[in-house]
Design a protein around this ligand. Structure first.
Ligand code: TMP
Length: 204
């Protein structure tokens, strides 16, 4: 049996990830693909507990702590969910993965990029997603979209400067991984974004 594909979705809060995650699994299933849908932080019992801790507005963890916890949970996620599904030939669609740690904990919170690269190599070895859809929007657009729908979580309450740095972090990752990461202009009309994603998924 051939190994499945590993797809990740990235972007700052309010960039449009959730809107497109709502149709991508059904789109793939209609083409005969079995899909495992998962997310980070999350995806395992450990990951979901970590999610609650990370998004809790009442506390702020050191960026080192956040990165270490994120990669510890990622190891578990790879071992228990992602790798087994890929081996079964399924496609794994994951809402955020390591690019988010580079963007948020390094770009946003200022942790050295190389430290995260060290953790990435430790936890992932050579494994990278086959395709990453990165939804790119200016921070003001992301912020106004999230503010209109819900109370902000720990990250969403950060200021514009934080999200400007998160965006730069994502764009740096996209420059470093130009074949894997597709930069999608999240300010385009929904139908155009959808079309672009479908093209990427069909040409993987
Ligand atoms: P979500 O609300 O898009 O699911 O993401 C949860 C938050 O967690 C989001 O604000 C980004 C943050 N996050 C990090 O800071 N580092 C990471 O490695 C991951 C995966 C998410």
């Amino acid at each position: 049996m051939s190994r499945g594909n590993f797809i990740t979705l990235e972007g700052m809060d309010g960039a449009g990830k959730s809107t497109h995650l709502a149709w991508i699994p059904a789109f793939l299933q209609a083409r005969g693909v079995t899909v495992t849908l998962t997310r980070e932080p999350g995806g395992t019992a450990l990951g979901e507990n970590l999610r609650a801790l990370m998004l809790d507005r009442s506390q702020r963890l050191h960026a080192d702590t956040e990165a270490l916890l994120m990669f510890a949970a990622r190891r578990e996620h790879l071992d228990k969910v992602i790798e087994p599904a890929l081996r079964r030939g399924e496609w794994v669609v994951c809402d955020r993965f390591s690019d988010a740690t580079f963007a948020y904990q390094s770009g946003g919170s200022g942790l050295a990029w190389e430290r995260i690269a060290t953790l990435e190599t430790w936890v992932q070895g050579d494994l990278q997603p086959d395709l990453t859809l990165y939804f790119d929007v200016p921070s003001a657009v992301g912020k106004s979209r999230t503010q209109s729908v819900r109370a902000p979580d720990r990250f969403e309450q950060e200021d514009h400067a934080f999200f400007d740095r998160v965006r730069l972090g994502y764009l740096r990752r996209a420059r470093e991984h130009p074949t894997r990461i597709a930069v999608i202009d999240g300010t385009m009309a929904l139908e155009n974004v959808k079309q672009e994603i479908q093209n990427k998924l069909l040409n993987i």
